[in-house]
Design a protein around this ligand. Structure first.
Ligand SMILES: [Cu+2]
Length: 146
């Protein structure tokens, strides 16, 4: 429960960050630089709340297909780090579940249709993404984190 809450907070934080960035185009009266969100990169490498080192795109449905892409290509090998995992769930009969070292995240559940983003920290090892009801029908895949 508490872990779920923490994740929800993380999502809220990410959404907030994106929201602020999206609105940052027009000049605000506060004069606060919009680059503030990225300034943490020069800080120490912290494991909590750090900026994501990349984005992974997950897709499940509408057919019996599930995939994870990075930079528009099938993710086969991914560098360890913190990622924003953006999932597009195109069917009410599939879900998107990522399982691997330190991660057991059902990003979207079966009835859900739409898009969701979560932050995941990937460690060295093999990660499996799957649709739980249809994993035994081959609706799953893996990528390696190095
Ligand atoms: Cu499925």
């Amino acid at each position: 429960m508490t872990r779920r809450s923490a994740i929800t907070l993380l999502i809220a934080a990410v959404a907030l960050t994106f929201g602020v960035t999206a609105c940052g185009g027009s000049s605000s009266s506060s004069g606060e630089p919009t680059t503030a969100a990225t300034s943490t990169e020069s800080g120490t490498t912290t494991s909590v709340g750090g900026s994501a080192s990349g984005t992974l795109e997950g897709e499940t449905g509408p057919g019996f297909d599930i995939e994870v892409k990075q930079d528009g290509q099938d993710a086969e090998t991914v560098k360890a780090g913190t990622y924003t995992l953006h999932v597009e769930d195109k069917s009410e009969m599939h879900n998107f579940h990522l399982i691997g070292p330190g991660v057991d995240e059902e990003v979207t559940d079966v009835p859900f249709v739409g898009e969701k983003s979560v932050t995941v920290t990937l460690e060295k090892g093999t990660y499996t993404y799957q649709c739980d009801p249809h994993a035994s029908n081959g609706m799953k895949g893996t990528f390696t984190v190095t």
